[in-house]
Design a protein around this ligand. Structure first.
Ligand SMILES: O=C(O)C1=C[C@@H](OP(=O)(O)O)[C@@H](O)[C@H](O)C1
Ligand SMILES: C=C(OP(=O)(O)O)C(=O)O
Length: 433
């Protein structure tokens, strides 16, 4: 185990490129694996979750990885037994459980680390109601797949939108399609829309409104283009925005395209503006005017739709003048760690006032004028808690030590180097030789 010591920040360079979208990388890889024609995907997010998805599709597809691109197409194999290591990727485990339910053969899906114990039951029950043969042996999911008839199914919307994404990927593979009724409250809804948009890029027809979605069966995945370029990730770029504000340095973030954003993640830009940050958007770039930030305003908001921006937004609110309240985030406890607790522990180290209510999914934050530091944070190997800890620490008065930070590789393996280029002063101490 190593310790990451954050000493401070000396601005060096103000132009950075947003890392490619993790959520879209995974969606395009999975859809391409179901397409009979070759699809070229460029500028992928190369975090651990992408490798989990690539391992996951290999038994049913041809995959050629070259530089930062991948070519993929569906392959018909006679192989009828597969074991897949899904790593810690919730999206991979859930959507593959759905997809392999509709493909002949037995598949064992093996979750690792923090993914063991994350919720799956609602999805397994929904699939069983569609006559899929799925069960769980300890942490391993066993899927005995076959062509399913399809039908009507209800699923909770309050645990994870990825259950719905799983059913959406499965539906075209069934004979008669699936009608999905999502039981409210529906959390992370824009991620369902992101799945629907990617399916549309593969000629899959999806109908319906908010809580009722219908996807007809026996549809072919046929990519509308031979090539897709993955756009930047607004939920990851949010940490650059936060760094700009907390350190008072202007930063231009390239590779952010409004028209291809996932709304859950783009919402960060809207809230940052509400807090009082000046942000300009032009030609695929976001320019954050950290140097002209005055007093930040507190917020009272519902982030049911946007779980992944809670962490960077909490950092901004920790510097706001007054008390903020974020509600609707019960689902933060089901992520790579219990993120309500993670956010609280980072904010405490920074000296902000914080109160969490895990039952009702609420965080209250009392802003401070200056981030304190001088403490140790256990980032519990949760990539978004690591990012929050590092960015908070870069603006703190006293050095902060972060342990269990290696989980950063889930979505942004180059995070530490990318920040060093901007002027972050950090060092790593290896606890063992
Ligand atoms: O579908 C996706 O790509 C995601 C959906 C969200 O999860 P939930 O739907 O479980 O809230 C989000 O937190 C996760 O990082 C990515
Ligand atoms: C929760 C996340 O991803 P997943 O659910 O796919 O593991 C995340 O990236 O923060």
């Amino acid at each position: 185990m190593s310790k990451l010591i954050i000493n401070g920040f000396r601005a060096r360079e103000g132009v950075v490129e947003a890392p490619p979208s993790k959520a879209l990388t995974l969606r395009y890889i999975l859809a391409s694996a179901l397409s009979r024609t070759w699809v070229l995907l460029r500028k992928l997010n190369w975090g651990d979750d992408t490798w989990s998805m690539i391992r996951g599709i290999k038994p049913i597809s041809e995959v050629e990885v070259k530089n930062d691109s991948v070519r993929i197409r569906r392959e018909v194999t006679l192989e009828r037994f597969r074991v897949i290591d899904t790593g810690e990727s919730g999206f991979t485990l859930r959507t593959l459980t759905g997809v392999y339910s509709g493909i002949d053969g037995t598949t064992l899906l093996v979750p690792r680390g923090s993914l063991i114990g994350r919720p799956m039951d609602e999805l397994l029950n929904a699939l069983k109601n569609l006559n899929a043969k799925v069960d769980r042996l300890g942490s391993v999911i066993r899927v005995i797949g076959s062509k399913l008839v399809g039908g009507y199914v209800t699923i909770s919307g309050s645990i994870s939108s990825q259950y719905v994404s799983a059913l959406l990927y499965l539906a075209p593979l069934t004979e008669g399609g699936i009608e999905i009724s999502i039981k409210p409250p529906v959390k992370s809804r824009p991620y369902i829309d992101a799945t629907i948009n990617v399916l549309k890029d593969f000629n899959i027809n999806v109908e319906g409104n908010n809580d009722m979605i219908y996807v007809s069966g026996s549809q072919e995945f046929k990519a509308v283009n031979e090539e897709f370029v993955i756009p930047g990730d607004y939920s990851l770029a949010a940490y650059y925005t936060t760094l700009s504000v907390l350190t008072g340095v202007d930063i231009r973030i390239t590779n952010l395209h409004r028209d291809r954003a996932i709304e859950s993640e783009y919402a960060f830009i809207r809230y940052a503006r509400e807090v009082g940050v000046e942000i300009e958007e032009k030609e695929g770039s976001v320019i954050v005017k950290g140097s002209s930030v005055g007093d930040l305003k507190p917020l009272n908001i519902d982030l049911s739709d946007s779980p992944d921006i809670v962490m960077p937004l909490a950092l901004l609110l920790a510097r706001a003048h007054g008390k903020s309240r974020i509600v609707g985030i019960n689902h933060l406890v089901y992520k790579e760690s219990n993120r309500l607790r993670g956010v609280a522990s980072v904010l405490k180290c920074l000296g902000a006032g914080v109160n969490i209510d895990e039952v009702n999914g609420i965080i209250e934050i009392e802003g401070v004028h200056e981030m304190r530091g001088g403490c140790e944070i256990d980032a519990v190997n949760d990539h978004r808690i690591v990012m929050m800890s590092v960015i908070g620490a870069l603006s703190a008065k006293e050095p902060i030590t972060i342990i269990n930070w290696e989980g950063i590789s889930k979505s942004w393996p180059a995070f530490i180097w990318d920040l060093e280029k901007l002027g972050a002063e950090m060092r790593i101490i290896n606890a063992s030789p």
